[in-house]
Design a protein around this ligand. Structure first.
Ligand SMILES: *[C@@H]1O[C@H](CO)[C@@H](O)[C@H](O)[C@H]1NC(C)=O
Ligand SMILES: *[C@@H]1O[C@H](CO)[C@@H](O)[C@H](O)[C@H]1NC(C)=O
Ligand SMILES: *[C@@H]1O[C@H](CO)[C@@H](O)[C@H](O)[C@H]1NC(C)=O
Ligand SMILES: *[C@@H]1O[C@H](CO)[C@@H](O)[C@H](O)[C@H]1NC(C)=O
Ligand SMILES: *[C@@H]1O[C@H](CO)[C@@H](O)[C@H](O)[C@H]1NC(C)=O
Ligand SMILES: *[C@@H]1O[C@H](CO)[C@@H](O)[C@H](O)[C@H]1NC(C)=O
Ligand SMILES: *[C@@H]1O[C@H](CO)[C@@H](O)[C@H](O)[C@H]1NC(C)=O
Ligand SMILES: *[C@@H]1O[C@H](CO)[C@@H](O)[C@H](O)[C@H]1NC(C)=O
Length: 498
């Protein structure tokens, strides 16, 4: 069955036309097979968890040892080192965000209060020669934190530049402990400790936030790429241009091209335009037929569309109430054969065409019925089928519905007698069996398969709420709201930060 020409895929290696990120967004749409839109209401839900992420950043940050020397007036030069800086009693007030059109995201985290403790070592003269005293200190702080991430295209992925990160200290109260010479010390070191702690905290916190932003961005994109990749088939979801931020949404544009056996599909005339999506749901995925078709073609080429049904299951299926009369050889096969087997496979590249009534799938299906003799089938048939498939999702489960539009029996024969079937009633039986037994069975197998893919990926990182699949001319829109259960985020942060 494989070995057909592979019309959807062109040899990329021959033409060598990879598109990196394009400057012009409107041009990039043409090369975009799938789009993800996250709206303001979604950002509100995510922002509720910002404080948890920031908390993890503070707690996970490691503060390096700092040393230096300074003049302490009457005492001459004093050298010092600041070490074992740790954070206690962290509490984070609230966080606010703003989508800044064409610019980025503004995040403000107010009222972070924390106690830092550490040890100060100091001595007179050179640090290396003379380490004199040790002194523990504590600093009570109240901090406002601002981060203005900018999204850009880095290595064909969405990347976040979080270098615009600042900390404002509203309170900075220093306590020295066990100090024998508190007055002059406090004087000499207050400025230094203040300056150093602020510098170290700012540097490390901003660094940690940057790292977490990278981890999160990679995680989301790798998960998405894995989801649509299986075995030798993979989908490149690298971005075609930098993400766009408006007052109401953040949108990213992905290639969505299929890689299979050194071949890469081409999308260069996509119909995507931002006004194909609304803004009232939290999350949207726009997926074009040009995304699906090469994927389905690769699955066909890879021999994925095969189905064998045997024994009791087959006998059960043939008990389905059909209006046409069962030919005698079928009755005999089901009753007399110990292990009848039906083998079916796609014998042409399936073609998808989405319109408002659903996604119509046109394919040629070939089948063989074996009734004991494993070398020669009792029945052979070839049908051209067009089915309208609609998808829905409820109770964390995907439902596919296949409504036959056309079933045409191209060929049927009884190979054991070497005899073609022409009789109308017998042809009609095959047609009806394909419609009422074959298509529902294949649909339910696909349903299980896609559900398995959904489960394999950590799609339960958030709760999907009321998802809808909309079928339009040449594309589908999957739109949903979501909730972000607290424990899932905490688990995720623990795992990624080890
Ligand atoms: C943290 O808070 C607790 C209770 O408020 C207090 O007993 C403890 O001393 C604080 N720790 C530090 C290091 O300030
Ligand atoms: C910060 O916290 C203090 C006391 O905990 C409170 O009085 C103040 O209103 C808070 N400020 C903001 C901006 O949340
Ligand atoms: C892919 O291309 C490489 C180099 O052109 C070749 O060595 C390899 O055999 C090809 N693999 C397949 C599966 O066609
Ligand atoms: C789109 O790609 C196809 C196949 O590579 C090519 O024949 C066609 O010229 C391309 N069209 C444009 C507008 O680039
Ligand atoms: C169906 O049966 C044929 C013949 O035994 C076998 O080659 C094929 O791999 C089977 N397909 C599946 C999906 O089990
Ligand atoms: C079988 O189908 C026929 C006609 O489609 C109908 O009259 C009959 O009631 C059905 N029988 C069962 C058991 O469903
Ligand atoms: C897809 O379906 C629409 C409506 O049914 C039809 O107008 C269009 O020609 C079809 N496109 C392809 C490529 O089959
Ligand atoms: C059946 O489908 C095949 C492959 O799509 C096509 O080549 C053939 O012309 C079709 N035959 C009929 C009778 O529609």
């Amino acid at each position: 069955m494989p070995g057909d020409i592979f019309p959807w895929l062109l040899l990329l290696s021959l033409f060598g036309t990879t598109h990196g990120c394009l400057q012009d967004t409107a041009t990039a749409y043409k090369f975009t097979g799938t789009v993800c839109r996250l709206t303001h209401p979604a950002a509100v839900v995510l922002n509720e968890k910002t404080t948890k992420v920031i908390e993890a950043a503070f707690q996970h940050a490691r503060y390096p040892t700092m040393q230096g020397e300074r003049s302490a007036g009457f005492f001459g030069k004093v050298s010092y080192g600041l070490e074992n800086l740790e954070i206690f009693n962290l509490s984070i007030g609230r966080s606010e965000f703003e989508l800044r059109p064409g610019e980025g995201i503004g995040l403000e985290i107010n009222n972070v209060s924390a106690v830092f403790s550490g040890t100060l070592q100091y001595g007179y003269g050179n640090w290396l020669v003379n380490v004199g005293q040790k002194l523990d200190f504590e600093v009570e702080t109240q901090i406002d934190l601002g981060i203005n991430p900018k999204l850009y295209c880095g290595n064909s992925k969405v990347a976040a530049d979080t270098s615009d990160c600042y900390l404002t200290f509203h309170k900075f109260r220093l306590y020295l402990q066990g100090d024998k010479e508190p007055n002059w010390l406090k004087k000499a070191f207050t400025d230094f400790i203040t300056f150093t702690v602020k510098l170290v905290v700012k540097g490390q916190i901003c660094k940690e936030i940057n790292k977490m932003a990278d981890i999160l961005a990679d995680f989301v994109q790798d998960t998405a790429a894995d989801f649509v990749s299986d075995g030798g088939i993979s989908v490149d979801i690298g971005i075609t241009t930098a993400p766009v931020i408006t007052a109401n949404y953040i949108e990213s544009y992905h290639k969505g091209v299929t890689n299979y056996l050194n071949q890469t599909s081409v999308i260069n005339n996509s119909v995507f335009h931002p006004n194909l999506l609304t803004e009232n749901r939290m999350l949207y995925f726009w997926v074009s037929d040009e995304f699906f078709n090469p994927l389905v073609a690769a699955a066909h080429q890879d021999g994925r569309f095969q189905l064998n049904i045997s024994s009791e299951e087959l006998q059960m299926l043939f008990k389905t109430n059909l209006s046409s009369i069962k030919p005698e050889y079928i009755e005999k096969c089901m009753l007399e054969s110990a292990s009848p087997e039906l083998r079916m496979w796609s014998s042409s590249v399936p073609a998808l065409n989405t319109s408002t009534v659903g996604t119509s799938v046109r394919a040629q299906a070939t089948g063989e019925l074996y009734c004991g003799n494993q070398d020669k089938p009792t029945l052979f048939f070839q049908t051209n089928i067009t089915v309208d498939v609609t998808a829905s999702y409820a109770d964390k489960k995907l439902f596919l519905q296949g409504k036959p539009r056309e079933i045409f029996v191209v060929r049927a024969e009884l190979p054991q007698q070497n005899q073609p079937i022409y009789e109308k009633a017998q042809i009609e039986f095959i047609r009806e069996a394909v419609e009422k037994i074959g298509i529902p069975k294949v649909t339910s197998v696909l349903e299980v398969e896609v559900t398995r893919l959904l489960d394999k990926q950590g799609t339960n990182l958030f709760d999907i709420i009321n998802p809808e699949v909309l079928h339009q001319e040449g594309y589908v829109v999957i739109q949903m709201d979501f909730g972000f259960p607290h424990h899932l985020l905490v688990d995720f942060l623990k795992r990624t930060l080890q």
